[in-house]
Each structure stands twice: as structure tokens, then as C-alpha cells.
Ligand binder design. Structure first.
Ligand code: ZN
Ligand code: ZN
Length: 397
């Protein structure tokens, strides 16, 4: 029976697991309930299972009956600090936590793929590592798992690694999207404190006002983006938090702001880390102030290997037929810690549309929204794609 049909056959069970995880979302690196559910779902399958030390990850290794290379499949498991407002029957029962990025689907699909592939163990020409990862949303869980040895879990390095991500908008349900090269942005954080000297607002010349200088920095950062960076190697800087002062007639001592910086190449990222702090401290000094500017590197660019992305596109076409896959024209401005895996192992990250059929993908709420809905209809497709990627990639060697 084709993998797709088999995934459809137990789609109900995959959805049950997904709903159970969705009802009790957990945030960060410590997801004990989610981990328990994954372990229960894998129970009885012919897998070598280990759990994380510093985080509640699950690594499962399936050794095929025939010799061959290793392939890694990754699904993230963590939720977001969002209070769910979907009103779904399986909505989060935990105030302040929601699977608003669809990682509950990834977890259930990867467990489903483990079941599909275990059923084919005897003929499997190689080994599959299933990477169930906590802490994608800002905790660099993938980097922690690499530190704890997930890439060496099978005794030899994977030849390829694949990650899947559902999206509640943009793509129609069941449509896959990937591209060669940069797939998602690098995301870094800029933290600025401008030090002035407070005083009476009516006598600014007797104080050192940090607010106009900080405002100038916000504008100068945007000018820097357009003057210092190649328009075809884009950079995005957004100041998302800006705080200074308490009332209208007091000049404060300090102004603080936070910004995110997105980029798509190592060169642009290196230039940002160099130029941003210089711009900030030079503007401060032009006003007779000082400033601390910290450029903290967070997630690198998620770069798809060209051959692996092409392989994923082919696999989607072969397994699902025409019209189900697209090669994305542009990368996405979001970021992913699967980037840390792709820095070590060639592979591809693939998006999967999960927009409910009664919504228009173009204006449906995005991932991370309190009203984002991911349709169960994507579950069997995602499960099948994980399994197909592993089966076909192992057979290639
Ligand atoms: Zn997310
Ligand atoms: Zn996500």
C-alpha cells in the first residue's frame, strides 16, 4: 500500500495525538507532558529511544534491515505564550499557552511517520533518526539537542536532514513549499541603552536628554538598511520596544530600545553585527552621550541544500501528484532553529499549508495568532511526506 494511503488510514489516530498535545501546550525546553505523549505513541515500535538531559527531547533511532546511510527527520514540540481564542473543541486548556505555530501537528506527524517507517523496517536500506525537539520558539532547542548528540545518535552522521512546518495562511491546505538556498531569515536581537543625564524638561541645556538621540538611532537604523546593504541581499530591522521617561516635565537618565534584525546571508549578518553597534555609539557620542549597544546573534539563516531541496520537490511531485508542491520564489522572514541542523547536515525545510478550507489562505490569521487554526487534513500529508523523504533518500544511496 502506498505510504500516503497508509497515512490516511490512521489519520484519525494522528489527529487524536495532535489534539491531546494541543489541549495541554507546554512552552520552552521543558515539556514533560508532551514528551510523555510522544513516548507513549512510540511505545512498542522497534526504535532505540533516548531522552534529553537538559531538555525534554526524544531521539528515536530506527535501524533498517538492510545496510545504508542515515537520514534525520525533525519535528518541534513546543507552544507559545499566547492565550488561545479559537473556540475549537480541542482548544488549549492552559491560559497563556497555545500551539499557535502548529508544532502540535509536527509532533503528531513525526510520530505517525515513525510508525509508517517501522512497519517497513525489514526492507529499509539504512537508518532513520527521529528528532522530537522542544524549545524552537526562542530557546534554541535544536542547538541543545545537537550538543547532546542527536546528530550522532545512530553512530554515523546523517547524509540528509528534513524539517516540516505547517502554516495557517498563505498556502492552500495540503500544498507544500520549499526552495533551494535561503529558506528563512537569520534573526538577531539588538539591545540599546542610551545614557544621558536627567533634569527639568524646561531646561534641557542643563541636562543630557537621551530621548532625541535614541529617536535618531531608530531612524538611522532604517537609513543604514537602505544605504549599507545590497537590495538583493535584504535586511530587515524593526524596533519593537522603545521605553524612556515617566512624565512630560522630566528628562530621564536613560532611553532603551529593542530591535530584531533579519538577514539572509552570512555576509549581511556579519556586517549588521559590526555596523549596528558603531552607528548607535557614534550617534550617542555626537550628542555628548554614551550608549550600550549589544548585537546578540540568535538563529542563523535556514539554508536549504540545493540538491536536497530539489529532491524534496521531486518527492512531493512523485508522491502527491501535480499541483501539490511549489518552489517558493522568496524566502520567509521568519526564523527557525532547524538552521543549526542545516549548518551541520545538508537538507531541506519544507512548509505545508494547513489553512482550514472555509478560510482564504491570503487573509487567514497567521501562525502565532491567538485565532490561528491549522486543519487536521494536513496531518496525513505531512506524515506521508516525512516517511517518503526518508524512504526515497535512503534508497538513493
Ligand atoms: Zn513559530
Ligand atoms: Zn514554528
Amino acid at each position: 500500500m502506498p505510504v500516503r494511503d497508509e497515512a490516511e488510514k490512521f489519520a484519525g489516530e494522528i489527529a487524536e495525538l495532535r489534539h491531546a498535545i494541543h489541549r495541554e501546550p507546554e512552552i520552552g525546553l521543558d515539556l514533560p507532558k508532551t514528551q510523555r505523549r510522544v513516548l507513549d505513541a512510540l511505545d512498542g515500535l522497534p526504535l532505540e529511544i533516548s531522552t534529553g538531559r537538559a531538555l525534554s527531547s526524544v531521539t528515536a533511532v530506527l535501524r533498517g534491515g538492510r545496510p545504508g546511510p542515515v537520514v534525520l527527520l525533525r519535528g518541534d514540540m513546543d507552544a507559545l505564550p499566547v492565550t488561545e481564542e479559537t473556540g475549537l473543541p480541542y482548544a488549549s486548556a492552559v491560559p497563556g499557552a497555545m500551539h499557535a505555530c502548529g508544532h502540535d501537528l509536527h509532533t503528531a506527524m513525526l510520530a505517525g511517520a515513525a510508525r509508517l517507517l517501522c512497519a517497513r523496517q525489514a526492507d529499509l536500506p539504512g537508518t532513520v533518526i527521529f528528532m522530537f525537539q522542544p524549545g524552537e520558539e526562542g530557546y534554541a532547542g535544536a542547538r541543545h539537542m545537537i550538543g547532546e548528540g542527536v546528530l550522532d545518535a545512530a553512530g554515523q552522521r546523517p547524509v540528509a536532514a528534513y524539517g516540516l512546518h505547517v502554516t495557517s495562511n498563505k498556502l492552500p491546505c495540503g500544498v507544500f513549499s520549499t526552495r533551494p538556498g535561503p529558506m528563512l531569515a537569520a534573526a538577531d536581537q539588538i539591545t540599546v541603552t542610551v545614557h544621558g543625564r536627567g533634569g527639568h524638561a524646561s531646561q534641557p541645556h542643563r541636562a543630557a536628554d537621551p530621548i532625541p538621540a535614541a529617536c535618531e538611532m531608530v531612524i538611522a537604523l532604517q537609513t543604514m538598511v537602505t544605504r549599507k546593504f545590497d537590495v538583493f541581499d535584504p535586511v530587515v530591522i524593526t524596533v519593537g520596544s522603545f521605553h524612556a521617561g515617566t512624565t512630560d516635565n522630566v528628562i530621564p537618565d536613560q532611553a532603551r530600545f529593542l530591535a530584531t534584525a533579519r538577514s539572509y546571508s552570512a555576509a549581511a549578518r556579519t556586517a549588521l553585527a559590526d555596523l549596528v553597534p558603531r552607528l548607535i555609539t557614534d550617534i550617542a557620542s555626537a550628542h555628548g552621550l554614551t550608549a550600550d549597544a549589544e548585537y546578540a546573534t540568535e538563529y542563523p539563516v535556514t539554508v536549504n541544500d540545493a540538491a536536497e531541496a530539489e529532491f524534496a520537490v521531486q518527492t512531493i511531485a512523485d508522491a502527491f501528484g501535480p499541483g501539490r508542491g511549489e518552489t517558493a520564489e522568496f524566502p520567509i522572514t521568519g526564523a527557525e532553529d532547524f538552521s543549526f541542523v542545516l549548518e551541520e547536515v545538508p537538507g531541506a525545510f519544507v512548509m505545508l499549508g494547513a489553512c482550514p478550507p472555509d478560510r482564504d489562505p491570503q487573509d487567514a490569521p497567521t501562525n502565532h495568532s491567538a485565532v490561528a487554526v491549522f486543519d487536521d487534513a494536513a496531518l496525513a500529508d505531512g506524515t506521508a511526506l516525512y516517511a517518503e523523504l526518508a524512504l526515497r533518500r535512503l534508497a538513493m544511496e
